[in-house]
Design a protein around this ligand. Structure first.
Ligand code: RRO
Length: 301
């Protein structure tokens, strides 16, 4: 007997399953993203890319803390002119690739997004939510800017536009509503939580940038709460992200309202086998609970 149907549709694009790679992890070369897809991911997401090359922050840029991972990479990126070659290769292999886009002005987001579309991206994900790169974190904290920037990209491309939101706001649902009003086809929740770590012997912040973003298991309950609040407020799909390391975490986010989930930090700890592990657990769970399709559990909580 066939197992439950794992296909999902987001913004009119059909993905083979709802367990995707989160932007920022392994998302810079076509070869590595191909391995992520071959490991089972429903789609691959690039590291955020802008118009120009950027070197990012000085080291240390990543530090492990007891409950997750703290990073302040500072948007290192080769720029869209370089990355688009990787996107074209992926497209040529039939792999659905979503390009994560950053910038500081609406026109920049629009330009990078249309270059991504030309290269073969199936969608773009607008990063308005990096917690420690000034201009990018500011956009995501202001509903008016989220709406304005989203609309600028919608006017420039025909592919679906996802908007990645920050949890570093007092009312994430109201920001999601502004993304929806700007024409977003889906919202992704959440990016990392603003955080820091201090070395007690040097008596200094550990990260080169001092402040960074926390990911991993510690932020899953925050992601669940954010997805739940957004799902109640908007009509567009929500993509859940934050601390997913098992099929149970994926189910929890879907019950909160996520149509799909992204896996990021857990890839570092568990390797690429995590995609098959989550997919198998999800299928068994759906079968045992009597569901024929994964979309039936979205928002049940
Ligand atoms: O590059 C980064 O430092 C970074 C980005 Br763009 C982001 O969106 N979230 C994050 O935790 N780090």
């Amino acid at each position: 007997m066939a197992g439950p149907d794992l296909k999902v549709r987001i913004g009119g694009v059909e993905f083979r399953n709802p367990v995707m790679q989160a932007a920022g992890i392994l998302g810079t070369t076509a070869g590595v993203m191909r391995r992520v897809y071959e490991a089972g991911a429903g789609a691959v997401f690039t590291k955020s890319v802008g118009l120009e090359e950027r070197f990012g922050y000085p080291n240390p840029t990543v530090v492990e803390v007891e409950c997750g991972l703290l990073n302040a990479m500072g948007l290192p990126s080769p720029g869209i002119s370089e990355l688009r070659e990787e996107v074209s290769k992926l497209r040529g292999w039939g792999i659905p690739v979503v390009v994560s886009v950053f910038g500081s002005r609406p026109e920049e987001y629009a330009k990078v997004s249309s270059m991504a579309e030309e290269a073969g991206a199936v969608a773009v994900e607008l990063n308005f939510s990096c917690p420690h790169v000034g201009e990018v974190s500011l956009i995501g904290q202001r509903g008016d800017l989220v709406e304005e920037f989203t609309r600028a990209v919608k006017d420039a491309v025909d592919i679906p536009v996802f908007v990645k939101l920050t949890p570093n706001v007092s009312d994430i649902a109201s920001i999601a509503l502004r993304a929806e009003r700007g024409g977003a086809d889906a919202v992704t929740a959440i990016n990392t939580v603003r955080a820091m770590a201090i070395d007690i012997w040097t008596m200094r912040p550990i990260l080169g940038n001092r402040l960074g973003g926390l990911s991993g298991p510690a932020i899953k309950p925050i992601a669940v709460r954010c997805v739940y609040e957004i799902y109640e407020a908007v009509d567009i799909p929500v993509i859940g992200c934050g601390g997913v390391k098992s099929w149970m975490d994926a189910v929890e986010l879907m019950l909160a309202g996520a149509s799909a989930v992204q896996v990021g930090t857990a890839i570092m700890y568990r390797g690429l086998g995590i995609f098959e592990e989550i997919l198998e657990g999800l299928s068994t769970y759906l079968g045992r609970m009597g569901f024929r399709s994964v979309s039936e559990i979205v928002g049940l909580a």
